[in-house]
Ligand binder design. Structure first.
Ligand SMILES: NC(=O)c1ccc[n+]([C@@H]2O[C@H](COP(=O)([O-])OP(=O)(O)OC[C@H]3O[C@@H](n4cnc5c(N)ncnc54)[C@H](O)[C@@H]3O)[C@@H](O)[C@H]2O)c1
Length: 483
């Protein structure tokens, strides 16, 4: 369940911060923000408190239902904040179910009381009554909401159907949407570590078998995909659950996109790259012997289940690779995410990726910004014939080139380009420079042979489609290569 083509509705008690968080979420998702209470006030021409006092609560609820249902039936997906008591009306609950992903914004009763003392809330005048109302409404909020959130990042994650929680793997059975059969697809090594836990958590839902993929890029081949297609025994109501790093979720997601012309899938990323990037946003695919990720499809997972605890068994080299994506995300988001502890770092990065992908699911505009450093990285990987240079190392070097060009051409403060050196410390690599350069000119983001780069004009402010003279770009690429 996600808010890709639906309204994102925020419900919760008065003082939960629905308007503030809703406004910020709308900005991140590039959608209009609509505050149902403000629309009611504008239509009636009176503040809510006066509608209550002069016309009574019953008339207010009637108006609220009429206007809220109308807002929910509007075609353009919005972020919609509902009044605290709106879910008490059955017509509104039905419309939420039909047209929105509904998120409960949680707040403690003490915080709610403190924030509601501005004199404009008719039901926040008497503390005892306020606390009683809070208790009465909790059950209704929980029953109505598709999920709960405590802050802006949680709301964005919910909008993308992404669940981040320590211990989430143990709850996999209940987190896989639908009631049909489930099949588990995992990377050989990951199944050896977490396969039994995942099977236990899926319990009786795991009726369509467990399928093993090779570890690493070998999984993203036509041969491995064809074997998986042949093994799957799914119908349209079944769900494929992919457990592993980016290679596993890429190929298993592509199998889900193509098997019977598309079955639902759930991604369960187990690497840092997977948790902060690869498993989110619906890009799936495989490699051709001549080029990475050339064959693929957009197929958004019905849920992404992220358990940061799974990173504990990740080899240090794989973690280092993931940190390059973390630094990239922090620079794009304008937050020093790389300094945070694992669980929070993963939550923030995942939220940034969700926001960008929901805003531009098919990679036509802002989603391109996620490619910061990657044009150089892909060239280096090709120059090393996809064997001697890891993707993470290549991304770290690619970030160095992109940020140095950003300092020179867009006036980026050099302290941000220094972050790459301080945190990632990438060493130049030995690659075939002509092969790398040829790959750069062929990049999927190039147009008419002209390389189009993503650069940063400031911390948190990416610019994409930047064309620079070939000799500048080539010199930057050469600076990443060992002589
Ligand atoms: N679809 C997207 O949007 C997207 C984005 C970024 C990257 N990618 C793709 O992701 C792939 C790279 O993914 P990756 O870096 O996760 O590599 P990966 O899937 O190859 O995993 C790396 C290694 O770590 C092992 N491993 C995984 N989880 C583990 C765990 N918890 N404990 C111990 N070992 C574990 C795996 O067996 C494998 O050997 C690339 O093919 C890249 O193209 C896709």
């Amino acid at each position: 369940m996600n808010a890709l083509d639906r309204h994102l509705a925020l419900i919760g008690f008065m003082g939960a911060g629905k308007s503030t968080v809703g406004n910020a979420a709308a900005e991140k998702l590039g959608r209009p923000f609509v505050d149902a209470d403000r629309v009611i006030e504008a239509r009636v021409g009176l503040p809510i408190a006066r509608i209550f006092d002069e016309r009574g609560e019953a008339e207010f609820r009637r108006l609220e239902a009429e206007i809220t249902v109308e807002l929910l039936e509007s075609a353009t997906p919005t972020v919609l904040s509902l009044g605290g008591g709106a879910v008490g009306t059955i017509e509104i609950r039905k419309a939420l179910h039909a047209h929105a992903l509904t998120v409960l914004l949680e707040v403690s009763v003490a915080d709610a009381w403190k924030r509601s003392q501005n004199g404009q809330r008719p039901l926040a005048r008497d503390r005892e009554r306020f606390e009683q109302l809070y208790e009465e409404r909790q059950g209704l909020y929980i029953d109505t909401a598709d999920t709960a959130a405590r802050d802006l990042h949680d709301v964005i994650l919910a909008a993308g159907g992404v669940h981040v929680a320590v211990g989430a793997l143990e709850r996999l059975g209940e987190l896989v949407p639908g009631a049909g059969a489930v099949s588990l697809v995992g990377d050989r090594r990951v199944l050896g570590i977490y396969g039994a836990d995942a099977q236990l958590a899926l319990g009786t839902r795991l009726t369509a078998g467990t399928h093993e993929l090779p570890s690493g890029e070998e999984a993203k081949s036509g041969v491995s995909l064809e074997r998986l297609w042949g093994e799957l025994r799914l119908d349209r109501k079944s769900t494929l659950v992919a457990l592993g790093g980016g290679c596993t979720t890429d190929v298993a997601g592509f199998a889900a996109a193509t098997y019977m012309r598309g079955v639902p899938w759930v991604s369960v990323p187990t690497t840092l790259v997977g948790q902060v990037d690869a498993a989110i946003g619906g890009k799936t695919g495989i490699n051709l012997p001549t080029a990475k990720n050339l064959i693929g499809a957009f197929h958004w997972p019905t849920r992404t289940v992220i358990d940061p605890v799974l990173l504990e068994t990740l080899p240090e080299s794989e973690r280092a690779g993931g940190m390059a994506e973390v630094v990239k995300t922090g620079l794009l988001a304008g937050e020093r995410i790389w300094e945070l502890p694992d669980a929070e770092l993963v939550r923030r990065c995942a939220a940034h990726k969700v926001a960008v992908c929901l805003r531009d699911p098919h990679d036509r505009a802002i989603r391109t910004s996620l490619n910061l450093g990657h044009t150089f990285a892909h060239a280096l990987e090709a120059g090393a014939a996809y064997s001697t240079v890891t993707h993470g190392h290549a991304v770290a070097l690619g970030l160095r080139a992109a940020l140095q060009l950003s300092v020179k051409h867009l006036g980026l403060d050099p302290k941000w380009s220094a972050v790459v050196e301080d945190v990632l410390k990438p060493k130049p690599v030995r690659v075939d420079i002509e092969r790398a350069w040829a790959a750069m000119k062929r990049d999927k983001k190039a147009e008419a042979g002209k390389t189009r780069l993503v650069l940063l004009e400031a911390f948190g402010r990416p610019v994409w489609g930047v064309e620079l003279p070939d000799d500048e770009v080539r010199t930057a690429l050469e600076s990443l290569v060992e002589r």
